[in-house]
Design a protein around this ligand. Sequence first.
Ligand SMILES: [Zn+2]
Length: 263
Amino acid sequence: MQSLSLRFVCLAGALLVASPGALAQGTSFVCGTTSSAAGGTGGQPSSSALSPTGTYRALIVYVRFRDDNGDPPTPCPPAGNPGWLSTQAAPDIQGALLDPDPSPPFLAGSLTDYFHQQSNGNFVLFGDETSYTTQLDQADYALTVAPSNLNIQKIVQEFWNFFGTNINTALYDYDNNGIFDQMIFIFRNLQLNITGSADGLASLCNVGATVFSPAYGTYGGVSLDCSNGSINKYQSIDPLKSNIFLLAHETRHCLDIRAGSAP
Ligand SMILES: [Zn+2]
């Protein structure tokens, strides 16, 4: 178990966004990741996280709660342009974050393109973007214990059961280590806390939980590990840029913990 003194909340940074015809708006993200949250038990580097070199296949899952029929998605968007209406299963940016092909050139401005450039061509994160509606209402995924009010294990397990029985999971184990490469959740209208006031968390388990694999279960010879994914709130201001900014930050944690450095 971690002590409070080991926890820190990192401010991912500030992104200044200028919208045509509108005042410039400042957006900042709060990241809930700690070394022990993402790096497995005791904050040790996790062997299951992403290596800084290689090619990996990610799955982005846009999640709506069954009872989510309201506007606007969090956080408050510019009036009239949240980018993800209550009538949409997925936001307008679906398909723009991950290139579905593992070979360059990559979709300009995508998360795939970002990492390819930042790694000088050594790291490729390609993949697919899908949507999912929960089986239960949002309140049914609440933990009673603060500060992590969203029961991450519950929602991840539910999706993993659905996905694992319907999709060839081996496609997402591109490095053939028996572990799903990267599963990225983006929630619309998430009112529950991820942890504290965090917008994102580089883990598929609640802070303080032990590494969940193989408790999530193995489908098609592939298991799902806490360290190989992230939980994120949809960013509705300048959605393409701001969601990539958040996902790039959280995915970096999965690289950092493999490399053994602190987030
Ligand atoms: Zn962080």
